[in-house]
Design a protein around this ligand. Structure first.
Ligand code: 6PG
Length: 244
């Protein structure tokens, strides 16, 4: 499979349309699989999508018993902390839909350090994948959701961080976050995030217009350095789209 570094842009009217479009793409990706894997993202942009998945008609459409839910990065705080990304996904949908417990794969933020949590999550991912090496023709994920930070970061891959150049490890500890909240993080690295049939960025806040313009014009910010072994799609609302 060729590596996709050239994003396809989908512009929708508003936040509601963004959530609906993302839900449809998610369902399209997982529907035909015997066992599907979705890598979730934190931040506020996916909240509308997560709320939608907990409600009809989506709740009845998603084949919950066949989908596994991972997270692209998390803050090193307990799952019950309001800052926890997986905690947010549980509050908004995973905790109230018929997803089997064993299909939910949180990062072990109760481990003794972010590095230890990263090691454990890498083990979990490798166990699920069934191999220690990624084969581009056999993607780990069916869908990877991503966000865009106002400094151009994505997942917890911040500008100038050594994690950006990681080629071997699937998951790394990030001792210092590049922006708020300033808590240590654990993040998947580019090669493992790329192991997907589709990478889908969600961007919906008008405050992101300037940084999105820089990313789409090709500036080597982390979000632009993300690539996909499958499709690479940026789903954005009209009010964030760069002005023509
Ligand atoms: C995190 C995220 C991060 C997020 C962006 C965008 O843990 O903070 O995973 O990468 O996606 O910061 O966040 P918003 O959607 O809130 O703008």
């Amino acid at each position: 499979m060729a590596v996709d570094t050239n994003p396809k842009l989908i512009v929708v009217a508003d936040n509601a349309a963004l959530a609906e479009t993302a839900a449809q793409r998610l369902v399209d990706r997982v529907m035909s699989e015997d066992r599907a894997a979705v890598c979730l993202t934190g931040g506020s942009s996916p909240e509308g999508l997560y709320r939608l998945l907990a409600r009809e008609p989506w709740r009845a459409i998603v084949p919950w018993d066949r989908v596994h839910w991972f997270i692209g990065d998390d803050r090193f705080v307990p799952g019950s902390d309001p800052l926890s990304n997986m905690g947010m996904a549980r509050r908004l949908f995973l905790g109230s839909v018929p997803a089997p417990r064993q299909n939910i794969h949180p990062i072990a933020t109760e481990a003794k350090s972010p590095d230890e949590a990263a090691r454990l999550y890498e083990e979990d991912l490798k166990r699920f994948y069934g191999a220690d090496t990624l084969d581009p023709s056999f993607p780990l994920f069916d869908l990877v959701l991503m966000g865009l930070g106002s400094d151009g970061h994505t997942a917890s891959l911040f500008p100038h961080s050594p994690a950006l150049d990681e080629k071997e490890r699937w998951v790394v500890g990030v001792p210092k976050a590049g922006m708020e909240p300033f808590v240590p993080r654990v993040t998947l690295t580019f090669p493992v995030l790329a192991s997907t049939r589709e990478m889908l960025f969600l961007v919906e806040s008008p405050e992101k217009r300037a940084i999105l313009g820089r990313v789409l014009s090709g500036e080597a910010l982390p979000a632009r350095r993300a690539y996909s072994n499958g499709e690479l799609v940026w789903l954005i609302t009209r009010d964030v789209a760069p002005k023509k």
